[in-house]
Design a binder for this molecule. Structure first.
Ligand code: GUN
Length: 300
């Protein structure tokens, strides 16, 4: 254990700063070029968590002066209907960024739908063209959560050259892209996942530990190197610890990291809520601004 508990990486502060920067650029773009960045968010079905995320994306984009539309489709929407909507948005000159909220209902093919988004409007950075450009080290639209994590890391640690980063989780949305971004920042990167042997000892080697597994409080305090920086991407809804509140059906959000334990060991840590989640929306706004500028032939 270290002498002092970890310092908190406050996602609210960093996200507010990023949103303010994007808002200022949006204002300039509108006044100097008559260009208003436009974001379209598509939600299929009524998953409560997705509904909350989509609402937040719509509100934040409007709040910083963007054009914003949200398409809410029923859970039984057919693949052709969804693809037709994406095609309409691809062709819409007022829309510069398209985000199809995931997960989609089981009968829909996520990869096929994402594949129909114009890569220039893919503000989620999930199209194979953007994922491939990231790996190739070319400019690309980068997935929002990984970009948000990297901003937190850069603003907290500065230069990360030579640091050992361990990424737990290999999803398309987070694990794979953040590993590429850490590599581009000159980290030595280890990717761990559900089949990794002796995960605790791998995690204990990390100067930077990124947890993106979707397992509540899986990463324990004694998996963390004293002084390490811990980025917790998990957003898991669990019953309250107090049995009376739990019995009343009360739930709360926790990360993939056991925060109480980890905060006694780490040097820096992101809380849940109040950490990475807030950065995801701010990064989406930044991507939408960048996409609008590129589509207008301006320097992004
Ligand atoms: N679901 C949870 N996070 C995300 C995200 O960053 N993008 C999309 N499209 N869906 C998500």
């Amino acid at each position: 254990m270290t002498d002092a508990p970890a310092r908190i990486i406050d996602g609210k502060v960093h996200a507010e700063r990023l949103r303010a920067e994007v808002a200022a650029e949006v204002a300039t773009l509108r006044s100097e070029h008559g260009l208003q960045p436009g974001l379209a968010v598509v939600l299929v079905g009524d998953d409560p968590a997705s509904q909350a995320y989509v609402k937040s994306k719509g509100e934040h984009s409007l709040a910083i002066g963007m054009h914003s539309v949200t398409h809410r489709l029923p859970a039984d929407t057919r693949q052709e209907e969804l693809i037709r909507l994406v095609a309409d948005l691809n062709a819409d000159p007022l829309i510069h960024g398209i985000l199809v909220q995931l997960p989609l209902p089981k009968h829909l093919d996520e990869a096929a739908v994402i594949g129909t988004i114009n890569p220039d409007k893919d503000v989620d950075g999930l199209h194979v063209v953007n994922a491939g450009r990231l790996v190739a080290g070319l400019p690309s639209l980068v997935a929002c959560t990984p970009m948000g994590c990297m901003i937190l890391l850069r603003e907290t640690l500065g230069d990360m050259s030579g640091k050992h980063a361990v990424v737990v989780g290999r999803s398309l949305l987070v694990g794979k892209p953040i590993a590429q971004l850490l590599l581009a920042a000159n980290c030595t990167v280890t990717m761990a996942h559900s089949r990794t042997v002796d995960l605790p000892s791998i995690c204990r080697q990390a100067d930077i530990l990124v947890a993106a597994v979707g397992q509540p409080r899986m990463i324990r305090g004694d998996w963390i190197k004293p002084g390490a920086t811990v980025i917790d991407v998990g957003i898991n809804r669990v019953p309250f610890d107090n049995p009376v509140q739990a019995a009343a059906g009360k739930t709360k959000l926790v990360g993939d990291v056991n925060y109480k334990e980890a905060a006694q060991v780490a040097g820096w840590i992101t809380p849940v809520p109040g950490g990475v989640g807030l950065m995801t929306v701010a990064a989406l706004l930044r991507n939408t601004l960048a996409a609008a500028k590129r589509q207008a032939g301006l320097d992004a």
